[in-house]
Design a protein around this ligand. Structure first.
Ligand SMILES: [Zn+2]
Ligand SMILES: [Zn+2]
Length: 175
């Protein structure tokens, strides 16, 4: 005659499995809760140096689940958009961009972009700078002394092209 399983024993086994499951799921929830707090704390620290902001951001996810998920949503809405390193990189990029703008000027005659060390505008041949007759470095047209070698010059130049389109000849008189 087959043995009929004891109903109370079966129920006890099921109860034990249920208990184990309950503790496993419970432990996972606690670990998840704790990880969320750690993650938020790290994330807000990467985005702000302000202690108050850091504390407030972390406090949003401290309440027990599922309230902390609501806090997490709030945190995602309110957190600073950029991390500190992203903000730093952006400021570097902006600085490089600004430097680029400072390096560029326009031809006073044709308004084309020219570089700072151009002597003549490549578009309209306008004389932009003159060469020091002694050291050969570029000087502003109105300078009468070369700041690089100290040579005194009084250079008179026509700042436009000659009728045949060629570059004007250098007419320089030394003082
Ligand atoms: Zn020009
Ligand atoms: Zn010079």
């Amino acid at each position: 005659m087959p043995e009929i399983p004891d109903l109370t024993e079966l129920l006890a086994t099921l109860g034990l499995i249920g208990q184990v499951l309950f503790w496993v799921v419970g432990a996972y929830f606690v670990a998840f809760w704790f990880s969320l707090i750690v993650w938020t704390f790290r994330d807000v620290r990467a985005r702000s140096r302000d202690i108050f902001t850091q504390a407030l951001g972390t406090l949003l996810v401290v309440p027990p689940p599922p309230v902390n998920l609501a806090g997490l949503i709030l945190y995602f809405i309110l957190r600073p958009r950029e991390t500190l390193s992203e903000a730093y990189e952006r400021s570097l990029e902006e600085e490089v961009l600004l430097q680029g703008i400072e390096d560029v000027e326009v031809c006073p005659s044709c308004k084309e972009l020219i570089e700072r060390d151009y002597m003549v505008c490549p578009q309209c041949y306008t004389q932009l700078r003159k060469k020091c007759p002694d050291c050969g470095r570029l000087m502003e047209l109105n300078w009468t002394v070369c700041p690089y070698c100290g040579s005194k010059t009084a250079i008179h130049r026509v700042p436009t092209t000659t009728p045949d389109g060629s570059l004007p000849e250098e007419h320089s008189e030394r003082e």
